[in-house]
Design a protein around this ligand. Sequence first.
Ligand SMILES: Nc1ncnc2c1ncn2[C@@H]1O[C@H](COP(=O)(O)OP(=O)(O)OP(=O)(O)O)[C@@H](O)[C@H]1O
Ligand SMILES: [Mg+2]
Length: 256
Amino acid sequence: MVAEQDCILKMNNIHKSFGGLKALDGVDLDLRCGEVLGLVGDNAAGKSTLMKILTGFYHADMGSISLDGKKVNIDNPKVSKRLGIEMVYQDLELCQNMNVSENLFLGREVIRDPVFKFLKRKQMEKKSVEILRKLKIDIKQPRKRVDKLSGGQQQAVAIGKAVSFDPKMLVLDEPTANLALKEIGKVLDIVLQLKENGIPAIFISHRLDDVFQVCDRILVLRGGRLATVKKISETNHDEIVRYMFLGLGEEEPQGG
Ligand SMILES: Nc1ncnc2c1ncn2[C@@H]1O[C@H](COP(=O)(O)OP(=O)(O)OP(=O)(O)O)[C@@H](O)[C@H]1O
Ligand SMILES: [Mg+2]
């Protein structure tokens, strides 16, 4: 049994249908202080739907969400952001033709004079380097255009941007998909750095090797249902694959 105060987030008995299709069927998820929770499952298992309910893009048909032990009503993405939930989407949502610093501060530029709207460019650039350095992200040129960065560096900027909002928790959607092998390690280092900074995260991935490297626990969805939750130290790759595909133990309580 996990003490209520150890959980940042609790999603309870979440149901969601699209027409006749049951995408989520009574799913529970909890995220604990300082952990990275892997969220895995085959295509169409319901991972994105569950996270879109958390970020206010979809409404659950049934179920509840609590943050820091208080029930919350996440009606729309703005509410989710205000509550301190940041999500880094797979397509990253960075402006390719703007530089690193402009992307980090997009929409909340530091303004010196509200009348002339003269941007304190230097200040934003300095702050950008600081934000990235906190996560040990090695981008020293805040004026570099995002489309000139590698895929891994772009992922790093997107995570840095999310962290700059000082979130309570992060959701990372397939952060290592479509990256060259040598870049994957760097992104995983950033995820570990989040832990060092005390920011808990949900890590959605198809790459089980990556999940085993950075996560503390792993939650498996299968066909819209919770197949299992395991401590990483108490399971292995083969067992998780069986939970994902072969219908092992349908409804175990959240363990660990
Ligand atoms: N807006 C929608 N309208 C209709 N059906 C949807 C919608 N969003 C998701 N679904 C369906 O819900 C089910 C769960 O989809 P979801 O995208 O959550 O799966 P996933 O685990 O994220 O899969 P993937 O690994 O492919 O990203 C699928 O059958 C999907 O087709
Ligand atoms: Mg998905």
